[in-house]
Design a protein around this ligand. Sequence first.
Ligand SMILES: Cc1cc2nc3c(=O)[nH]c(=O)nc-3n(C[C@H](O)[C@H](O)[C@H](O)COP(=O)(O)O)c2cc1C
Length: 158
Amino acid sequence: MALDKAEFRRVMGCFATGVTVVTTRSLAGEFHGLTANAFSSVSLDPPLVMVCIDKKSESYPCFQQSGVFTVNTLAADQEHLSRRFAASGGDKFSGVEYQIGANGTPILSGTLAYLECKVAAAYDAGDHTIYVGEVQQVEARPGAPLVFYRGGYRNLSE
Ligand SMILES: Cc1cc2nc3c(=O)[nH]c(=O)nc-3n(C[C@H](O)[C@H](O)[C@H](O)COP(=O)(O)O)c2cc1C
């Protein structure tokens, strides 16, 4: 029997996660980014992480084309960035503070951490592709995380 999609979502929502904005760029050099919580560390040596990207997202082709991405871990006061980058289309970077990383993708300002990555492998996984990134540059800063749990934004004191 096929698993009910809504039930699957509800069950997955019980797993509290942080929230990231994963940025990349097109072949033409335009910046793209999307909100993602399907992010995990994979390996310490070599340092690898993974993100799962929906094949239907506008950013999707850029991961393969550019071969680079940056994972920006959002802070508790950055829910507005999560919402902005979760909406498809438009210039998501307009009015957003960022700098360009060594890999040529945006590093958002005021986040808790970032990891600049080079695509090391891509695995087909249903309606998503799992991108494994070799981590090249990182930085962590003090602060509280934005948390996503049971379909809503939370903070750790709730
Ligand atoms: C909290 C949250 C987590 C998300 N996690 C993912 C994810 O891990 N992978 C993904 O492909 N989309 C994820 N999305 C959906 C994308 O952010 C959304 O489809 C976005 O519009 C894609 O942008 P694009 O079409 O401009 O590339 C998430 C959305 C939210 C609100």
